[in-house]
Design a protein around this ligand. Structure first.
Ligand SMILES: [Zn+2]
Ligand SMILES: [Zn+2]
Length: 544
């Protein structure tokens, strides 16, 4: 049976047929986009049903977040949030906490009412909440294990009670990189060690499943029909795979997940041939909603939120250096191997030196074995120079940006991190669009709220949390922003022939909105409501 949805406006994101008022769907695919009249050749021939519930609403292609982390979200969402920005989550609203005193007070309140075996709070950020240390946590709570996880997720602090609970002693961590035992600080690779120790607790079956259920609600509430898991194996590859399948591979999941393996994890203790065979086997095991493809996620420089991005001169105001997640020579070797084998490569880059290294690797790979349509993607791209974007264009790279950095961080980073010029030009999206680079926007959830309309709003208005417009020449149009969360996001994931726009033959993935984000005043884009989604032809009403 054909189903015909009527709407006030259907924004197709297909330039040759940009607007419509009716869309016909059969067996999960779009038959035709047009008007009730123009659809008649189908409708006079076949049985059909007209759905006019949304005749006053606006239909856009199903939102796509090409880069978030279900497993990271599953670990974080059961934690207690103490954050500098307000967060609205399907199960409740978290108010902003913007001072050190406020942070400690909130921590004390949580410690008083919660009886978790290990009390974990997430959201600490030095620039609002002051430097964290083991002793500062102990001034609030010393008798039970407490972990204060950084906003960036790439760093945490714990108190002594937690160290003894986890059997972490000074001589055990001696000589391990990126651990400051005295301060109770574990960051980047040192965080990996702390996570191993915390795994039995944070990955405990019930807790992890609870977190993943919450992630499912978040993705659905944001109006997504596709998300990219941009590092499967962040914690425990097999566990993530199994729980994800159990929880998402069923009819109650109104979206698909495009899965990209974590490049350091799948290559660990495997030759490249073994890694390749392993990924091939994952692809063979694809199920209707969960898909691996020939894609890999690699990492260059450190976390943007903890100022560990690697910067070209003039660097940071205080002269500190960023960190490498993969040393440049290791990154180069991995890019070379996956490139030769025909993979689509996604590289986490936060600073302009990270971008430089990634582009150098790409240039070498291109010189050795030229490839077209390779989908090499710069992920996050906090800072990049205009010349780097031009070089990215010449090398055929794409951009998937976290534009929420600008909203949350630009005021503080102007004052305390990199100065005004670079803080206000982070996320150079207008430059990227002007070069016709494939440009997508992601949340990297929980690095930004998984709310495409909110992230579009940031990209269009470039208003920071203090209400100031930052880098107005890098504002993009609402239409470009919508492309960045639909068709361009599909291109970044290599699935644009399947979804991302509305035209005959594509999968019927749609998001139904209260208003048209292309015509409302730009400051109102974030107030447009998600009413429902249609995933492969199946309607799911949004929780209101
Ligand atoms: Zn990343
Ligand atoms: Zn990420």
């Amino acid at each position: 049976m054909i189903e015909v949805y009527l709407a006030k406006t259907i924004v197709t994101m297909n330039a040759s047929w940009p607007e419509a008022t009716a869309i016909a769907i059969r067996e999960g695919k779009i038959l035709e986009v047009g008007t009730l009249e123009s659809l008649q050749p189908w409708l006079i021939r076949f049985e059909h049903r007209v759905i006019d519930t949304y005749r006053d609403a606006v239909i856009v292609p199903g939102f796509i977040d090409p880069h978030l982390h279900p497993s990271m979200a599953a670990v974080i969402l059961p934690m207690h949030f103490i954050t500098a920005m307000p967060w609205s989550l399907p199960w409740g609203h978290v108010p902003a906490t913007v001072t050190a005193e406020g942070f400690d007070q909130r921590l004390a309140e949580i410690a008083k009412v919660e009886d978790d075996e290990v009390l974990i709070v997430w959201g600490h950020h030095d620039l609002w909440h002051g430097a964290m240390t083991r002793s500062r946590i102990e001034a609030v709570e010393s008798s039970r294990p407490v972990v204060v996880w950084n906003r960036s997720f790439h760093e945490l602090h714990m108190n002594s009670a937690c160290m003894s609970f986890l059997n972490i002693t000074e001589d055990i961590v001696e000589g391990r990189p990126q651990i400051d035992y005295a301060r109770g600080r574990f960051f980047e690779n040192g965080l990996g060690y702390a996570i191993q120790k915390l795994n039995p607790y944070i990955l405990a079956e019930a807790r992890f499943t609870f977190g993943l259920e919450r992630l499912k609600q978040v993705v659905a509430a944001g109006g997504h029909t596709t998300v990219g898991d941009m590092a499967v194996g962040l914690f425990d590859f097999d566990r993530e795979l199994n729980v994800t399948r159990a929880l998402f591979e069923n009819d109650s999941t109104p979206f698909r997940i495009e899965q990209v393996p974590h490049g350091a994890v799948v290559t660990h203790q495997r030759t490249f041939e073994e890694t390749n065979a392993f990924i091939e086997s994952l692809i063979e095991g694809n199920t209707p909603r969960l898909h691996f493809r020939k894609r890999i996620k690699l990492f260059a420089d450190g976390a943007f939120f903890s100022q560990l991005a690697q910067l070209l001169p003039p660097g940071y105001l205080d002269g500190h250096q960023g960190e490498w997640l993969m040393a440049p020579d290791v990154l180069e070797e991995r890019i070379d191997l996956f490139w030769q084998a025909g993979y689509q490569i996604h590289v986490h880059v936060t600073g302009d030196m990270g971008v430089e290294v990634a582009l150098d690797c790409l240039a070498k790979a291109q010189a050795k074995k030229p490839r077209f349509d390779h989908g090499f993607t710069l992920e996050h791209m906090g800072y990049a120079t205009p010349e780097q974007l031009q070089r990215a264009k010449r090398l055929g790279a794409s951009v998937s940006a976290n534009i929420y950095y600008l909203h949350e961080l630009s005021a503080r980073y102007a004052e305390l991190s990199v100065g005004y010029e670079r803080a206000s030009t982070m996320g150079r999206l207008a430059s990227s669009f002007a070069l016709d680079l494939t440009t997508a926007i992601h949340s990297d959830f929980t690095m930004a709220p998984a709310e495409p309309l909110l992230n579009m709003w940031v990209a269009v208005n470039r208003v920071n949390a203090q209400g100031e417009v930052m880098g107005p020449h890098e504002c993009i149009s609402a239409e470009q922003a919508l492309a960045a969360v639909t068709i361009n996001a599909a291109k970044v994931l290599g699935i644009d022939a399947l979804t991302g726009s509305l035209r005959a033959g594509k999968t019927a993935d749609m998001t139904i909105l209260s208003d048209n984000p292309l015509t409302v005043p730009s400051m109102a884009i974030k107030d447009v409501k998600v009413l429902a989604t249609v995933f492969e032809g199946e309607l799911t009403q949004a929780l209101q």
